[in-house]
Design a protein around this ligand. Structure first.
Ligand code: SF4
Length: 433
Protein backbone atom coordinates (compact mmCIF):
# COMPACT_ATOMS: atom_id res chain seq x y z
CA UNK A 1 0.00 0.00 0.00
CA UNK A 2 1.37 3.46 -0.91
CA UNK A 3 1.56 6.11 1.84
CA UNK A 4 2.93 9.65 2.00
CA UNK A 5 6.21 8.39 3.50
CA UNK A 6 6.74 5.52 1.04
CA UNK A 7 5.11 2.10 0.79
CA UNK A 8 3.82 0.31 3.85
CA UNK A 9 3.33 -3.40 4.46
CA UNK A 10 1.21 -4.97 7.19
CA UNK A 11 2.13 -8.36 8.60
CA UNK A 12 0.02 -10.85 10.55
CA UNK A 13 2.22 -13.23 12.53
CA UNK A 14 0.54 -16.63 12.97
CA UNK A 15 -1.32 -16.82 16.28
CA UNK A 16 -0.17 -13.24 17.07
CA UNK A 17 3.18 -14.63 18.29
CA UNK A 18 6.77 -13.91 17.26
CA UNK A 19 9.93 -15.60 18.54
CA UNK A 20 13.36 -14.00 18.93
CA UNK A 21 14.98 -15.22 15.67
CA UNK A 22 11.95 -14.19 13.59
CA UNK A 23 11.98 -10.73 15.19
CA UNK A 24 15.69 -10.35 14.42
CA UNK A 25 15.07 -11.23 10.77
CA UNK A 26 12.25 -8.68 10.59
CA UNK A 27 14.38 -6.01 12.24
CA UNK A 28 17.13 -6.56 9.65
CA UNK A 29 14.58 -6.17 6.83
CA UNK A 30 13.19 -3.00 8.43
CA UNK A 31 16.69 -1.51 8.55
CA UNK A 32 17.55 -2.47 5.00
CA UNK A 33 14.27 -1.84 3.17
CA UNK A 34 12.10 0.44 5.36
CA UNK A 35 12.57 3.20 7.92
CA UNK A 36 14.29 0.94 10.47
CA UNK A 37 11.39 0.56 12.89
CA UNK A 38 8.63 -2.03 13.26
CA UNK A 39 5.23 -0.56 14.09
CA UNK A 40 2.53 -2.06 16.28
CA UNK A 41 -1.02 -1.52 15.01
CA UNK A 42 -4.25 -1.16 16.96
CA UNK A 43 -5.42 -4.49 15.51
CA UNK A 44 -2.45 -6.48 16.82
CA UNK A 45 -0.54 -6.56 13.53
CA UNK A 46 2.94 -5.35 12.61
CA UNK A 47 3.77 -2.78 9.99
CA UNK A 48 6.84 -1.66 8.05
CA UNK A 49 6.75 1.92 6.75
CA UNK A 50 8.89 4.06 4.51
CA UNK A 51 9.52 1.14 2.15
CA UNK A 52 11.49 2.20 -0.90
CA UNK A 53 11.22 -0.92 -3.08
CA UNK A 54 8.09 -2.98 -2.32
CA UNK A 55 9.09 -5.90 -4.58
CA UNK A 56 12.51 -6.31 -2.96
CA UNK A 57 10.96 -5.97 0.51
CA UNK A 58 8.31 -8.58 -0.22
CA UNK A 59 10.98 -10.95 -1.53
CA UNK A 60 13.08 -10.46 1.60
CA UNK A 61 10.06 -11.03 3.84
CA UNK A 62 9.13 -14.18 1.94
CA UNK A 63 12.67 -15.55 2.23
CA UNK A 64 12.58 -14.81 5.98
CA UNK A 65 9.28 -16.66 6.44
CA UNK A 66 7.27 -13.50 7.10
CA UNK A 67 4.82 -13.55 4.15
CA UNK A 68 1.44 -15.27 4.26
CA UNK A 69 0.47 -17.45 1.31
CA UNK A 70 -2.33 -16.24 -0.97
CA UNK A 71 -5.07 -18.30 0.71
CA UNK A 72 -4.15 -17.26 4.23
CA UNK A 73 -3.74 -13.60 3.23
CA UNK A 74 -7.38 -13.56 2.07
CA UNK A 75 -8.69 -14.69 5.46
CA UNK A 76 -10.25 -12.12 7.78
CA UNK A 77 -8.23 -10.75 10.69
CA UNK A 78 -8.66 -12.78 13.85
CA UNK A 79 -7.89 -10.64 16.89
CA UNK A 80 -7.40 -13.03 19.78
CA UNK A 81 -6.63 -12.81 23.47
CA UNK A 82 -3.19 -14.31 22.88
CA UNK A 83 -2.16 -15.42 26.35
CA UNK A 84 -5.00 -17.57 27.64
CA UNK A 85 -2.46 -20.40 28.02
CA UNK A 86 -0.56 -18.50 30.75
CA UNK A 87 -3.16 -16.04 32.08
CA UNK A 88 -4.62 -17.70 35.17
CA UNK A 89 -7.56 -15.26 35.06
CA UNK A 90 -8.55 -16.36 31.54
CA UNK A 91 -11.95 -18.01 31.22
CA UNK A 92 -11.29 -20.29 28.24
CA UNK A 93 -8.66 -21.22 25.66
CA UNK A 94 -8.93 -18.73 22.79
CA UNK A 95 -6.05 -20.21 20.81
CA UNK A 96 -7.78 -23.54 20.14
CA UNK A 97 -10.89 -21.73 18.92
CA UNK A 98 -8.69 -19.59 16.66
CA UNK A 99 -6.76 -22.60 15.31
CA UNK A 100 -9.96 -24.50 14.46
CA UNK A 101 -11.49 -21.50 12.70
CA UNK A 102 -8.26 -20.77 10.83
CA UNK A 103 -8.02 -24.39 9.65
CA UNK A 104 -11.66 -24.43 8.54
CA UNK A 105 -11.41 -21.16 6.59
CA UNK A 106 -8.03 -21.85 4.98
CA UNK A 107 -8.98 -25.41 3.99
CA UNK A 108 -11.83 -24.34 1.71
CA UNK A 109 -11.64 -24.27 -2.08
CA UNK A 110 -13.11 -20.82 -2.69
CA UNK A 111 -11.00 -17.80 -1.74
CA UNK A 112 -12.83 -15.45 0.58
CA UNK A 113 -13.39 -11.94 -0.71
CA UNK A 114 -14.19 -9.89 2.39
CA UNK A 115 -13.64 -6.19 3.12
CA UNK A 116 -10.09 -5.43 4.34
CA UNK A 117 -11.28 -4.39 7.77
CA UNK A 118 -13.56 -7.40 8.37
CA UNK A 119 -12.45 -8.96 11.66
CA UNK A 120 -13.31 -11.74 14.09
CA UNK A 121 -12.45 -11.18 17.77
CA UNK A 122 -11.87 -14.29 19.89
CA UNK A 123 -11.84 -13.25 23.52
CA UNK A 124 -11.00 -15.80 26.19
CA UNK A 125 -11.28 -13.10 28.89
CA UNK A 126 -8.79 -12.60 31.70
CA UNK A 127 -6.17 -9.90 32.15
CA UNK A 128 -5.29 -9.87 28.47
CA UNK A 129 -8.75 -10.20 27.00
CA UNK A 130 -9.75 -8.03 24.04
CA UNK A 131 -13.02 -6.47 25.27
CA UNK A 132 -12.52 -3.12 23.51
CA UNK A 133 -12.03 -4.58 20.04
CA UNK A 134 -14.88 -3.66 17.70
CA UNK A 135 -15.22 -6.62 15.37
CA UNK A 136 -17.68 -7.82 12.75
CA UNK A 137 -17.97 -11.11 14.64
CA UNK A 138 -17.15 -11.54 18.32
CA UNK A 139 -16.69 -14.72 20.33
CA UNK A 140 -16.62 -14.12 24.09
CA UNK A 141 -15.92 -16.91 26.56
CA UNK A 142 -18.69 -17.32 29.12
CA UNK A 143 -17.16 -20.30 30.94
CA UNK A 144 -14.81 -23.16 30.11
CA UNK A 145 -17.01 -24.53 27.33
CA UNK A 146 -19.61 -21.92 26.37
CA UNK A 147 -19.08 -18.88 24.17
CA UNK A 148 -21.31 -15.99 23.20
CA UNK A 149 -21.49 -15.35 19.46
CA UNK A 150 -22.20 -11.69 18.70
CA UNK A 151 -21.86 -9.27 15.81
CA UNK A 152 -20.86 -5.69 15.07
CA UNK A 153 -19.30 -4.24 18.20
CA UNK A 154 -17.10 -4.61 21.25
CA UNK A 155 -17.67 -7.04 24.13
CA UNK A 156 -20.07 -4.49 25.64
CA UNK A 157 -21.76 -3.20 22.50
CA UNK A 158 -21.97 -6.18 20.10
CA UNK A 159 -25.40 -7.69 19.39
CA UNK A 160 -25.68 -11.21 20.78
CA UNK A 161 -26.84 -14.04 18.52
CA UNK A 162 -26.80 -16.52 21.42
CA UNK A 163 -24.54 -19.01 23.13
CA UNK A 164 -22.69 -21.94 21.53
CA UNK A 165 -20.50 -24.71 22.89
CA UNK A 166 -16.82 -24.43 21.90
CA UNK A 167 -16.95 -27.46 19.59
CA UNK A 168 -19.85 -25.95 17.60
CA UNK A 169 -18.34 -22.48 17.18
CA UNK A 170 -16.38 -23.06 13.97
CA UNK A 171 -19.48 -24.14 12.05
CA UNK A 172 -21.47 -21.19 13.41
CA UNK A 173 -18.84 -18.59 12.53
CA UNK A 174 -18.12 -19.96 9.06
CA UNK A 175 -21.88 -19.97 8.34
CA UNK A 176 -22.08 -16.33 9.40
CA UNK A 177 -19.10 -15.38 7.22
CA UNK A 178 -20.66 -17.25 4.28
CA UNK A 179 -23.91 -15.38 4.78
CA UNK A 180 -22.06 -12.06 4.75
CA UNK A 181 -20.05 -13.03 1.65
CA UNK A 182 -23.23 -14.14 -0.16
CA UNK A 183 -24.97 -10.86 0.71
CA UNK A 184 -22.06 -8.96 -0.82
CA UNK A 185 -22.61 -10.56 -4.21
CA UNK A 186 -26.41 -10.72 -4.12
CA UNK A 187 -27.06 -7.28 -5.56
CA UNK A 188 -27.32 -3.74 -4.21
CA UNK A 189 -27.10 -2.48 -1.63
CA UNK A 190 -24.25 -4.79 -0.58
CA UNK A 191 -23.41 -4.65 3.14
CA UNK A 192 -19.96 -3.16 3.68
CA UNK A 193 -19.56 -4.52 7.21
CA UNK A 194 -21.47 -6.87 9.48
CA UNK A 195 -23.31 -3.94 11.07
CA UNK A 196 -24.97 -3.30 7.69
CA UNK A 197 -26.09 -6.93 7.43
CA UNK A 198 -27.37 -6.77 11.01
CA UNK A 199 -29.37 -3.62 10.21
CA UNK A 200 -30.81 -5.28 7.09
CA UNK A 201 -31.59 -8.78 8.38
CA UNK A 202 -31.81 -8.44 12.18
CA UNK A 203 -30.22 -10.60 14.87
CA UNK A 204 -32.85 -13.34 14.73
CA UNK A 205 -32.25 -14.15 11.06
CA UNK A 206 -28.47 -14.02 11.48
CA UNK A 207 -28.71 -16.42 14.44
CA UNK A 208 -30.86 -18.77 12.38
CA UNK A 209 -28.13 -18.84 9.72
CA UNK A 210 -25.74 -20.39 12.27
CA UNK A 211 -26.13 -24.14 12.67
CA UNK A 212 -27.41 -25.42 15.99
CA UNK A 213 -26.99 -26.63 18.61
CA UNK A 214 -27.21 -23.36 20.47
CA UNK A 215 -26.72 -23.63 24.20
CA UNK A 216 -28.65 -22.16 27.12
CA UNK A 217 -29.60 -18.52 26.31
CA UNK A 218 -29.31 -17.43 29.94
CA UNK A 219 -25.52 -17.75 29.71
CA UNK A 220 -25.16 -15.19 26.92
CA UNK A 221 -23.82 -12.14 28.86
CA UNK A 222 -20.01 -12.04 29.12
CA UNK A 223 -18.27 -10.32 32.03
CA UNK A 224 -17.35 -6.66 31.72
CA UNK A 225 -13.72 -6.03 30.73
CA UNK A 226 -11.18 -4.06 32.75
CA UNK A 227 -8.92 -1.35 31.31
CA UNK A 228 -5.95 -2.50 29.19
CA UNK A 229 -3.01 -3.40 31.43
CA UNK A 230 0.61 -2.27 31.18
CA UNK A 231 3.77 -3.05 33.17
CA UNK A 232 4.96 -6.19 34.96
CA UNK A 233 2.31 -8.72 36.04
CA UNK A 234 3.09 -11.82 38.06
CA UNK A 235 2.73 -15.01 36.09
CA UNK A 236 2.26 -13.15 32.80
CA UNK A 237 5.38 -11.09 32.19
CA UNK A 238 5.85 -7.55 30.98
CA UNK A 239 3.23 -5.65 28.96
CA UNK A 240 4.81 -2.74 27.11
CA UNK A 241 3.96 -0.15 24.48
CA UNK A 242 5.89 2.43 22.48
CA UNK A 243 5.23 6.05 21.55
CA UNK A 244 3.47 6.08 18.16
CA UNK A 245 3.62 2.26 18.29
CA UNK A 246 7.15 2.44 16.82
CA UNK A 247 9.64 -0.16 18.05
CA UNK A 248 13.06 1.19 17.13
CA UNK A 249 16.15 -0.85 16.28
CA UNK A 250 17.56 -0.88 19.86
CA UNK A 251 14.30 -2.04 21.37
CA UNK A 252 13.87 -4.72 18.69
CA UNK A 253 17.31 -6.07 19.55
CA UNK A 254 16.61 -6.02 23.30
CA UNK A 255 13.26 -7.76 22.84
CA UNK A 256 14.66 -10.36 20.43
CA UNK A 257 17.58 -11.14 22.79
CA UNK A 258 15.23 -11.61 25.75
CA UNK A 259 12.84 -13.84 23.79
CA UNK A 260 15.67 -16.00 22.46
CA UNK A 261 17.23 -16.32 25.94
CA UNK A 262 13.94 -17.39 27.51
CA UNK A 263 12.77 -19.48 24.54
CA UNK A 264 9.56 -17.45 24.45
CA UNK A 265 7.34 -15.76 21.87
CA UNK A 266 6.11 -12.20 22.24
CA UNK A 267 2.32 -11.90 22.04
CA UNK A 268 0.74 -9.06 20.08
CA UNK A 269 -2.11 -7.26 21.82
CA UNK A 270 -4.59 -4.72 20.45
CA UNK A 271 -4.00 -1.05 21.17
CA UNK A 272 -0.36 -1.30 20.13
CA UNK A 273 0.77 -3.30 23.17
CA UNK A 274 3.02 -6.35 23.45
CA UNK A 275 3.31 -9.05 26.12
CA UNK A 276 6.79 -10.37 26.79
CA UNK A 277 6.14 -13.58 28.75
CA UNK A 278 8.39 -14.29 31.73
CA UNK A 279 10.40 -11.06 31.28
CA UNK A 280 12.29 -10.16 34.47
CA UNK A 281 13.40 -6.91 36.12
CA UNK A 282 16.68 -6.76 34.17
CA UNK A 283 14.79 -6.94 30.89
CA UNK A 284 12.46 -4.18 32.07
CA UNK A 285 15.26 -1.70 32.74
CA UNK A 286 16.84 -2.37 29.34
CA UNK A 287 13.48 -2.08 27.60
CA UNK A 288 12.70 1.27 29.23
CA UNK A 289 16.12 2.53 28.19
CA UNK A 290 15.24 1.52 24.62
CA UNK A 291 11.98 3.50 24.71
CA UNK A 292 9.41 1.03 26.02
CA UNK A 293 6.48 2.55 27.95
CA UNK A 294 5.00 0.54 30.81
CA UNK A 295 3.22 3.04 33.07
CA UNK A 296 -0.55 3.49 32.67
CA UNK A 297 -1.42 7.13 32.02
CA UNK A 298 1.95 7.95 30.42
CA UNK A 299 1.00 10.83 28.09
CA UNK A 300 3.17 9.38 25.32
CA UNK A 301 0.70 6.48 25.04
CA UNK A 302 -1.98 8.79 23.64
CA UNK A 303 0.07 10.38 20.87
CA UNK A 304 -0.35 10.04 17.15
CA UNK A 305 1.87 11.72 14.58
CA UNK A 306 2.81 11.14 10.95
CA UNK A 307 6.41 11.09 9.78
CA UNK A 308 6.45 14.87 9.31
CA UNK A 309 9.19 17.06 7.87
CA UNK A 310 12.04 15.10 6.35
CA UNK A 311 9.83 12.11 5.52
CA UNK A 312 6.97 13.70 3.59
CA UNK A 313 7.08 16.56 1.12
CA UNK A 314 3.76 17.95 2.44
CA UNK A 315 5.07 18.48 5.97
CA UNK A 316 6.69 21.67 7.27
CA UNK A 317 7.00 20.65 10.94
CA UNK A 318 8.81 17.99 12.98
CA UNK A 319 5.59 16.29 14.00
CA UNK A 320 6.88 13.45 16.19
CA UNK A 321 9.45 15.56 18.03
CA UNK A 322 6.82 18.27 18.60
CA UNK A 323 4.30 15.68 19.84
CA UNK A 324 6.79 14.25 22.35
CA UNK A 325 7.77 17.73 23.55
CA UNK A 326 4.16 18.94 23.82
CA UNK A 327 2.73 15.82 25.52
CA UNK A 328 4.02 17.07 28.87
CA UNK A 329 1.91 20.24 28.49
CA UNK A 330 -1.29 18.17 28.42
CA UNK A 331 -0.67 14.93 30.36
CA UNK A 332 -4.29 14.09 31.19
CA UNK A 333 -5.49 14.94 27.68
CA UNK A 334 -2.80 12.87 25.96
CA UNK A 335 -2.70 10.00 28.45
CA UNK A 336 -6.38 9.15 28.79
CA UNK A 337 -6.24 5.86 26.89
CA UNK A 338 -7.39 7.06 23.47
CA UNK A 339 -5.69 9.29 20.90
CA UNK A 340 -5.56 12.46 22.98
CA UNK A 341 -3.01 14.49 21.04
CA UNK A 342 -2.52 14.10 17.32
CA UNK A 343 0.20 16.12 15.62
CA UNK A 344 -0.33 15.94 11.88
CA UNK A 345 1.93 17.33 9.18
CA UNK A 346 -1.10 18.47 7.19
CA UNK A 347 -4.89 18.15 7.05
CA UNK A 348 -4.67 14.73 5.38
CA UNK A 349 -4.10 13.13 8.80
CA UNK A 350 -2.24 9.99 7.70
CA UNK A 351 -1.54 8.87 11.30
CA UNK A 352 -5.13 9.24 12.53
CA UNK A 353 -7.95 10.41 10.29
CA UNK A 354 -10.62 10.40 13.00
CA UNK A 355 -11.26 13.02 15.71
CA UNK A 356 -8.80 13.33 18.60
CA UNK A 357 -9.20 15.45 21.73
CA UNK A 358 -6.67 17.90 20.27
CA UNK A 359 -5.17 17.84 16.78
CA UNK A 360 -2.34 20.12 15.74
CA UNK A 361 -2.29 20.46 11.96
CA UNK A 362 0.98 21.65 10.43
CA UNK A 363 0.92 24.70 8.23
CA UNK A 364 3.85 26.87 7.05
CA UNK A 365 6.11 25.77 9.89
CA UNK A 366 3.47 26.26 12.61
CA UNK A 367 0.18 24.68 13.62
CA UNK A 368 -3.56 25.11 13.40
CA UNK A 369 -5.30 23.69 16.49
CA UNK A 370 -8.43 21.56 16.03
CA UNK A 371 -10.25 20.65 19.25
CA UNK A 372 -12.51 17.57 19.35
CA UNK A 373 -12.27 17.14 15.61
CA UNK A 374 -10.48 15.41 12.76
CA UNK A 375 -7.47 17.01 11.02
CA UNK A 376 -9.60 18.37 8.17
CA UNK A 377 -12.20 20.01 10.43
CA UNK A 378 -12.25 23.77 11.21
CA UNK A 379 -9.54 24.78 13.71
CA UNK A 380 -10.12 26.79 16.88
CA UNK A 381 -6.85 28.66 16.37
CA UNK A 382 -4.73 29.03 13.24
CA UNK A 383 -1.09 29.53 12.27
CA UNK A 384 0.48 29.35 15.72
CA UNK A 385 4.19 28.88 16.36
CA UNK A 386 5.00 25.69 18.30
CA UNK A 387 5.39 27.60 21.59
CA UNK A 388 2.00 29.30 21.15
CA UNK A 389 0.38 25.98 20.27
CA UNK A 390 1.89 24.58 23.49
CA UNK A 391 0.36 27.42 25.47
CA UNK A 392 -3.12 26.68 24.00
CA UNK A 393 -2.57 23.01 24.78
CA UNK A 394 -1.72 23.80 28.40
CA UNK A 395 -4.91 25.90 28.65
CA UNK A 396 -6.95 22.98 27.27
CA UNK A 397 -5.31 20.68 29.83
CA UNK A 398 -6.45 22.94 32.69
CA UNK A 399 -9.95 23.17 31.21
CA UNK A 400 -10.11 19.39 30.91
CA UNK A 401 -9.05 18.86 34.53
CA UNK A 402 -11.56 21.43 35.81
CA UNK A 403 -14.53 20.40 33.66
CA UNK A 404 -14.33 16.61 33.31
CA UNK A 405 -17.09 14.49 34.76
CA UNK A 406 -16.90 10.85 35.89
CA UNK A 407 -15.97 8.51 33.06
CA UNK A 408 -15.72 11.29 30.45
CA UNK A 409 -12.86 11.13 27.96
CA UNK A 410 -11.05 14.36 26.99
CA UNK A 411 -12.71 14.17 23.57
CA UNK A 412 -16.15 13.94 25.21
CA UNK A 413 -15.38 16.86 27.56
CA UNK A 414 -14.38 19.13 24.69
CA UNK A 415 -17.34 18.06 22.57
CA UNK A 416 -19.72 18.78 25.44
CA UNK A 417 -18.27 22.23 26.03
CA UNK A 418 -18.45 23.18 22.37
CA UNK A 419 -16.48 25.66 20.33
CA UNK A 420 -17.72 28.95 21.80
CA UNK A 421 -17.38 27.90 25.45
CA UNK A 422 -13.92 26.45 24.78
CA UNK A 423 -12.80 29.76 23.27
CA UNK A 424 -14.11 31.71 26.29
CA UNK A 425 -12.52 29.37 28.82
CA UNK A 426 -9.22 29.28 26.91
CA UNK A 427 -9.01 33.07 26.72
CA UNK A 428 -9.54 33.28 30.48
CA UNK A 429 -6.87 30.62 31.07
CA UNK A 430 -4.33 32.28 28.78
CA UNK A 431 -5.02 35.74 30.27
CA UNK A 432 -4.32 34.30 33.73
CA UNK A 433 -0.93 32.79 32.77
S1 SF4 B 1 -0.43 13.84 7.18
FE1 SF4 B 1 0.30 15.15 5.51
S2 SF4 B 1 2.38 15.64 6.12
FE2 SF4 B 1 1.79 13.85 7.32
S3 SF4 B 1 2.49 12.08 6.13
FE3 SF4 B 1 0.35 12.50 5.56
S4 SF4 B 1 0.50 13.81 3.74
FE4 SF4 B 1 2.49 13.86 4.77
Amino acid sequence: MAAADGWLLRLRPPEARVDGPALRRLSAIARRHADGAVLLTRRAKLELRGIRDPDATTAALRAAGWMEDETTAALPDQIISPATDIDTAAIADAMTVHQRLHAALSGRDATLDLPDKFAVAIDGGGRLGVPEVHADIRLDALDGTHWRLAVAGSRASATSLGCWQANALTAAVTALIDRFAAAQTAGAPAPRRMRDLLARDGAQRLAEACPPPRANESRSAPRAGGPPILGYHDGLGHVIAFAFGRIGADALETIADGLARRGEHLRLLPDRRVLLPAADANDSAALRAAGALDTPGDPRLGLAACIGRGGCAQATTATRADALALAARAPTVAGAGEVGLHVSGCAKGCAHRRPAAVTLVGRAGGYDVVVAGAPDEPPLWTELAVAAAGSRLAALERIHVAQRQDGETPLAVFRRLGRQRLLELSEAEIAGE
